[in-house]
Design a protein around this ligand. Sequence first.
Ligand code: DSN
Length: 420
Amino acid sequence: MPTYSALAAADPAIHAALQGEMLRQQEGVELIASENYVSPAVLETMGTVFNNKYSEGYPGKRYYGGQEFTDVVESLAIERAKQLFRCGHANVQPHAGCPANVAMYFALLEPGDCVLGMDLSHGGHLSHGHPVTYLTKIFRFVRYGMKDIETGELDYDAMLETAKKEKPKIVLAGYSAYPREVDYAKIKTIAEEVGAYAVMDMAHIAGLIAGGVHKNPFDYGFDVVTTTTHKTLRGPRGGMILSKDAEIGKKIDKSVFPGFQGGPIMQMIAAKAVAFGEAQKPEFKEYAAQIVKNSKHLAQYLMDRGAKLVTNGTDNHLMLVDCIRSWNVPGGEVETVLDSIGITLNKNSVPNDQRKPMDPSGVRIGTPAITTRGMKEKDMEILADFMLTAIERRGDSAALRTLHEEVKVFCKKFPVPGIA
Ligand code: DSN
């Protein structure tokens, strides 16, 4: 385990917390679908002196001097992002996924304009217009959803009908709890029919697209794609906005800076460049393919043992288990029981959930992080058995303690990059 000796000397409290977190990551199984482990090179880059530099503006057009090296790293991040996702323009400055979406809305919309996005209870995201966000005070959000929860197929006919009625300026694809691929060609046609931009928030599946395992929305004429860089793409925490051409790209750039953000976080942009370089390598294709193989295998193994999955399976890195229908146990209780044996996932609403968001019916399970650790299909079976046993014996604290020790032993076989 790295010692972080300067930190230990300067701030023992933070150092102790860091050591605890390193041990937690090493001894536990990470099944949160949006989390991952970055490579040692990405981790190292995030802790560099690029942190010390202010760089408002863009490469070659900055407000402060001393940019000869920041320009190199931002230009490399931009070029690699464009190559990776086959698009004409990349803005790598958004600090995270929500800021990327906010900057995208302000680039493409006027106040009062309408966005047609996925019903949040069917897997959409907060930043796609959840009523608790300030976005809904400025823009109007209307919804589409699944036609059939058993297959996950979207209701494209209803989407078209709503688009014709509501005249959105953006038709938005992209989801944080939806296990299927969508038909980008159909969504683009609907957007075109009403003169809207077709936008995809690929935050969850960016790595699957980069690795060639999932379709690339730009191949279907999408105008803009937003993303985080730290989920399946396995980069530093951050966001990015890609555009099909330079014309839309100019609007995006103005919206990110000076419209919405100030100085870019240059050590994270450098780390994005490093992560994009890693994602261009053949090994990343294998990684992306293995994420999906693991996810499908885990889903099938759980379903074969009675678990009820939303859409009855998965095409991507995640699955949603309806815990009430599976075991008559709420998702929150499953989260807590699994946490107690060192398996981390999150409770999650299922479509048309009768329970409240803080006490929902389901859990979301994802395979990006465990795949980075080197787990394969046979390991999914071991994990599933741990989970099923823990749920079945949830009232038996001695059994849970034994399982926790077994999980720790299992985890030792799979080093965490940057820790081991
Ligand atoms: N928090 C992320 C997720 O878990 O999907 C999205 O913002």
